[in-house]
Design a protein around this ligand. Structure first.
Ligand code: ATP
Length: 338
């Protein structure tokens, strides 16, 4: 799924990894950022260099345990780095944590809504907490309820909200004080597809209004749909960093064909490699073969002919475009999903 937000440039290959821009436009800056937790003998985050630009939505994409939450923890002052540095704008996260907290907002994987308050009160009191005058807090709370499609539930208890509505309220509360950067840790984890789309809609609007966002996700569709640039991360390291389109282009394949056969998949893979032009790589998956192919002209008939000529019975055959999942697989040899 390609995004095409009005007023925003369509993804273009970005080979500098974001290092060549005006420093005043860099909202998040990390240098060799590293975290080794006490009593562990490995780095959860192992030397990460990031530059996130103003108005950009930047994704950290990786499997469970890749180090995404730890990275966000350091950027939001919850986790103290072992070494390296991190700044939000010009503010150092270790030296000036209180200042950092004033200019950022974080939505973690926990529901931190106040259950003794109504939906609207959760917003209103948050405004007062940030020193925003009562009348302005009331007005902003109502604007946010509208923007996040929650006006109908304004006087309800937060217990009445579905998981998706609660998540929208958490994001609305987070941006109440108009933070320079919003951190979203796995924003749609555990949401049903409809709630996920509803959250993507409000995030698209926020992005359109210029909000800088850093999100973590292990959902490649989410990274692809929402993010201007994505860092693919595994075992605490960045393996690739670019726009989703450029990352997919870097695969060198424009079609992914999956063939499931009753015969030996290794033999089928060898046969297909020999017969099909443009096979960039072939790997074994769940009793079948996945081919990454460049130049997809009349590909399926060719695959069928090649398999049948060797006496393979085809059980299933499908073709799809390359995805960020395929990029991850080609980088690590393993799947992104749990
Ligand atoms: P998830 O989506 O599961 O949260 P993640 O990519 O966010 O994954 P982290 O939570 O940052 O990954 O974890 C990175 C590594 O650090 C993992 O091996 C994890 O077990 C370890 N880790 C995380 N928090 C701690 C902690 N407080 N103490 C020790 N090890 C930790």
């Amino acid at each position: 799924m390609e995004k095409g937000r009005p007023g925003r440039p369509v993804d273009a290959p970005d080979t500098d990894g974001g290092l060549a821009e005006d420093p005043a436009d860099v909202v998040i800056h990390t240098s060799a950022l590293r975290k080794v937790y006490a009593k562990t003998d490995f780095a959860a985050v192992d030397g990460i260099d990031l530059r996130v630009r103003r108005g950009e939505i930047f994704g950290l994409l990786g499997p469970n345990g890749a180090g995404k939450t730890t990275t966000v923890g350091m950027l939001t002052t919850r986790v103290v780095p072992t070494s390296g540095s991190a700044r939000i704008g010009q503010i150092d996260v270790v030296a000036q944590p209180t200042l950092v907290k004033q200019v950022i907002a974080v939505v973690t994987q926990q529901n931190t809504l106040d259950r003794s308050l109504t939906v609207r009160e959760n917003l209103y009191f948050h405004g007062l907490l940030f020193g925003i005058p009562r009348a302005r807090s009331r007005q902003r709370a109502d604007e946010l309820l509208e923007q996040f499609r929650l006006t109908r539930w304004r006087d309800s208890s937060v217990f009445a909200l579905s998981g998706g509505m609660a998540q929208r309220l958490l994001v609305a509360r987070a941006i109440f004080h108009q933070p320079a950067v919003l951190f979203l840790d796995e924003p749609t984890a555990g949401l049903d597809p409809q709630s996920r789309l509803a959250l993507w809609d409000v995030l698209d609007e926020l992005i359109g209004a210029g909000q800088t966002i850093l999100l973590t996700t292990h959902n490649m569709e989410e990274a692809d749909h929402l993010c201007d640039r994505v860092a693919i991360i595994d075992q605490g390291r960045i393996l690739a960093l670019d726009s989703p389109a450029a990352l997919k282009l870097s695969l060198g394949a424009d079609a992914i064909v999956t063939v499931v056969t009753s015969g030996r998949p290794e033999e089928l893979a060898d046969r297909l490699r020999r017969d099909i032009e443009g096979v960039v790589r072939a790997r074994l998956v769940n009793g079948g073969v996945e081919l990454h192919v460049k130049g997809a002209d009349r590909l399926l008939p060719k695959v069928v002919r090649s398999a049948e000529s060797e006496g393979f019975d085809l059980v299933d055959l499908s073709i799809s475009e390359s995805t960020l999942e395929t990029v991850f697989i080609s980088l690590t040899g393993k799947e992104l999903r749990d």
